[in-house]
Design a protein around this ligand. Sequence first.
Ligand code: GLN
Length: 193
Amino acid sequence: MASIGVLAIQGDVLEHRKMLDSIGIESSEVRLPEHLDDLDGLIIPGGESTTIVQLIDIYELRTPLVDKVNEGLAVWGTCAGMIVIAKNLNDKRPNPLGLMDIEVSRNAFGRQIDSFETDLDIHGIDGPPMHAIFIRAPLVTQIGSGVEILAEVGEGKPVAVKQNRLLATSFHPELTADSRMHSMFVDIAHSTP
Ligand code: GLN
């Protein structure tokens, strides 16, 4: 069974853990470098990316996390987590981890009041479209050659992307009752690096 951690320094940690629990995956909370040991996958939840990155640096997690990803740790960033793992932002803050070859625009759909829900067809997810909740969501504005677009809203607006063992979504599957995206990430984490 894949061993999944949830970065538990800010944001909707519990919702991800409950969703993993619902598909029979025990998870652990990651706050310190040693909590990364023996994980196959790490979820970086939604929240506030500036706060999450600030705390990553205060807890001295940046280098160990990047090293673990280079050794094969799978990472899924949802919403603020997408911002945290991006290579570039078209924003001065925060200073992202630079794990995934994407450029991301924060709050690209507007302010809190412009949050919205829609149904998305996601490449690699069978069955009906997934209900997706966008809360002050980021958008992928550029992708590197190794990055695959799994879902878009409108014309050319990627909101789910994958690069090898890295996954990023602008929306919040953990706030729905649909566990298919979590299962997809567990499969990625479980596969051989
Ligand atoms: N807008 C937030 C940020 O920039 C992300 C919002 C979210 O995670 N729901 O970090």
